[in-house]
Structure formats: structure tokens, C-alpha cells
Design a protein around this ligand. Structure first.
Ligand SMILES: *Cc1c(COP(=O)(O)O)cnc(C)c1O
Length: 347
């Protein structure tokens, strides 16, 4: 049923539709009238389901998108004179139009590099040491992205090391989990083992890229950190009046392991795409393919020719590294069509 001509298959995991299970849950929630502003049974159930999944008593909020989830979570953790340590490729730095700085009303992002999109603790330590007491922002949060913007996944030990580092300096750990499902599918571990057990204080858990239309969860593992967060959400225009339509599709994901099935499918597609590009087109990947992204170097002529054949995808790292994103809806046919065009055009 995919349209030929214009192919958005690998441009983003947001180009995929709503997965069938989330859609069915949405239809079920639409059968009758229900209380508004989160007083409905779907919202209550998703909060309980999240506590069950993470095996802990946590506070759970729903907002419309990932930018709001990150920015509001960081604003909750930081005073205006405090700062957030993050990777230079972090979504909060590159793709949120200053929302974290805007909602914190003055916090600064302290950028760290590190191989494969992961924060290098040694560099974090050096940058924090350079902050001049009273005269600089006070480092307050370390934000990590799991899976990372470069399609890699932090191991449990890597996260625990960051957690220990942060808490030793009276800092919090925020996790941007827009692709948390892909990370869990990759590591095949319990959600608690790479979150609160490893020192993560707040998780933004993404559903959109996993198969809903909208709606991300903000999860506070220390309940004292969520004080009056509901007011912050409302003021930011992020309180869903018909919240059941954000909550119900999430229940569709978190029932019968659909979220993991979707993430496994996306990860598998990415590995398959990477293998075929390597074997058939002699194009190597730039970073380990741990999750659902494949990064490749392609020359400009090849990219122009692929775009001319209708393939949409984006340059991610200057000058010539492109990102190919897979999702729950990527099929073997999509991969075959793309690889065939790459092979035909790459000379
Ligand atoms: C997609 C994404 C988000 C959320 O983006 P929105 O467009 O605001 O929903 C956040 N972090 C990362 C790493 C992402 O890839």
C-alpha cells in the first residue's frame, strides 16, 4: 500500500503510521464519552502499567511531544542559574529550538563530545571542573539519550557509571528516551536496570516513534522531584484535555509487549539494511548499529540520484554522513527497493 514515487521510508521513524494495536486502542477509547484532563480510566491504567513495567512506584505524566517532555523535565530539575551537561549531538541541543533554555528561563547546556554519540565522563569531569563557582552556571543535570542520536545504545554499566558520577556531584540524571524501546529491545534487559537502578532520576519515554500518533511519558523515579509538575505542564500548553486519546494508544503499546515487538522489528530492519548496504553496495556504516538507525557516508552525486528517484533521507553529520532510519513499519521490500537503487546508482 506504500506509494511508489515518493519514498519516505528511511527519512525518520516519524514517517511511519500509527501501529494497528495503538490504533485499535484509540478506537476503543473513542466508543464512549469519558472524563477529561486525565481523570479518565485509560490515563489511570497507563500510569499503573508504567509502574508495573518499571517495577517501582514512580510519578507519570503525559505530554504531547518529546521536545516538551525534555524541556519541562529539565526545567523541573534546574533552577535558572543551573546547567545541563549533554552530548554535542543531543536532541536537546540540536533539535529543540532552545526549548530547554526557554523553559528553564536561563539554564545553559554544557556540551561534551564522546565517541558514538555517548558522553565521555572524563570530558564531563573536565567541563564541570572549569565552571567557576558563583560566576558560572552551576552544573545540575547530566542528560543522556538512550538510544543515542547516532543509533548506538549505552550499556547498563555505562549508564550506572554516569549515574554514580552525577550523584557524587549532587547532580541529577535525565534520560531522553525518545527511542527507549529500541534500547530495551537491543539490550534485552529489564527497564529498571538501565533507569532508576542505574541512577536515572527522570525518563522521557517516547511512544511516537514506537507507534502512537503523539504522547510522550515523563517519568519521575523520585516522587519528590515531580512537585507541582502538573502546573508546569498546564502552563506550557501540554495538558491534554482529551488525555484518554494520548493514554489509550500507549496502553496499546504496553499491552502484550507490542512496544518491544515494534522496536525489535525496527532494530532488525536497521541491521538488515546495514548488512545489505555493506555486502551489496560496499557501503560501510559509520557507527555501531545498536538500534534502528543506520549512518552511512555517501557521495553527493549518489545522494542527488537517490533523491531524484524519490528517496527522502537526511544528512546528519557534515559533510557527507547520512542517516537512514527504520521503524516498526519498515519491510524487507522497502530495504530491497532502496538497496537495489543504491547498487544501480553507485558507481
Ligand atoms: C524524536 C526525538 C525527540 C522528540 O522530538 P519531538 O519532535 O519533539 O517529539 C526527542 N529526542 C530525540 C533523541 C528524538 O530523536
Amino acid at each position: 500500500m506504500k506509494q511508489s514515487g515518493e519514498r519516505h521510508d528511511f527519512a525518520s521513524d516519524n514517517t511511519a503510521g500509527i501501529c494497528p494495536e495503538a490504533f485499535a486502542a484509540l478506537e476503543e477509547a473513542n466508543a464512549n464519552d469519558a472524563p477529561s484532563y486525565g481523570e479518565d480510566r485509560w490515563t489511570a491504567r497507563i500510569c499503573d502499567r508504567v509502574r508495573e513495567l518499571f517495577e517501582t512506584d514512580c510519578d507519570v505524566y503525559l505530554v504531547f511531544n518529546g521536545t516538551a517532555a525534555n524541556a519541562l523535565a529539565l526545567a523541573q530539575l534546574c533552577q535558572s542559574f543551573e546547567s545541563v551537561v549533554c552530548h554535542e549531538y543531543a536532541h536537546i541541543q540540536t533539535d529543540e529550538c532552545g526549548a530547554p533554555e526557554f523553559f528553564t528561563k536561563g539554564s545553559k547546556l554544557l556540551l561534551i563530545s564522546g565517541a558514538n554519540g555517548k558522553i565521555d565522563i572524563g570530558q564531563a569531569e573536565a567541563v564541570i571542573a572549569r565552571q567557576n563557582e558563583l560566576h558560572s552556571h552551576k552544573p545540575r543535570v547530566i542528560s543522556i539519550t538512550q538510544a543515542t542520536e547516532l543509533g548506538t545504545v549505552y550499556s547498563r554499566d555505562e549508564i550506572a557509571a554516569i549515574g554514580e558520577f552525577a550523584h557524587g556531584r549532587h547532580m541529577f540524571v535525565h534520560m531522553d528516551g525518545a527511542r527507549f524501546a529500541n534500547a530495551i529491545a537491543s539490550l534485552n534487559c529489564a527497564p529498571k536496570s538501565i533507569t532508576w537502578e542505574a541512577g536515572v532520576d527522570v525518563l522521557c519515554f517516547g511512544g511516537t516513534k514506537n507507534g502512537t500518533a503523539a504522547g510522550e511519558l515523563v517519568i519521575f523515579f523520585k516522587k519528590e522531584l515531580s512537585r507541582e509538575f502538573d502546573y508546569r505542564v498546564k502552563q506550557a500548553g501540554q495538558l491534554g484535555s482529551k488525555m484518554r486519546f494520548l493514554a489509550a494508544p500507549w496502553l496499546g503499546l504496553l499491552t502484550n509487549g507490542v512496544w518491544l515487538k515494534n522496536a525489535q522489528q525496527a532494530n532488525r530492519a536497521a541491521r538488515h539494511l546495514a548488512d545489505r548496504l555493506r555486502n551489496e553496495a560496499k557501503i560501510d556504516t559509520m557507527f555501531p548499529v545498536d538500534a534502528n538507525a543506520v549512518f552511512v557516508r555517501m557521495n553527493e552525486q549518489l545522494v542527488r540520484d537517490l533523491h531524484a528517484r524519490g528517496w527522502h533521507f537526511y544528512k546528519f553529520v557534515e559533510p557527507t554522513v547520512y542517516r537512514l532510519m527504520c521503524s516498526w513499519s519498515t519491510t524487507d521490500r522497502d530495504i530491497s527497493d532502496f538497496v537495489a537503487d543504491v547498487v544501480a546508482l553507485n558507481h
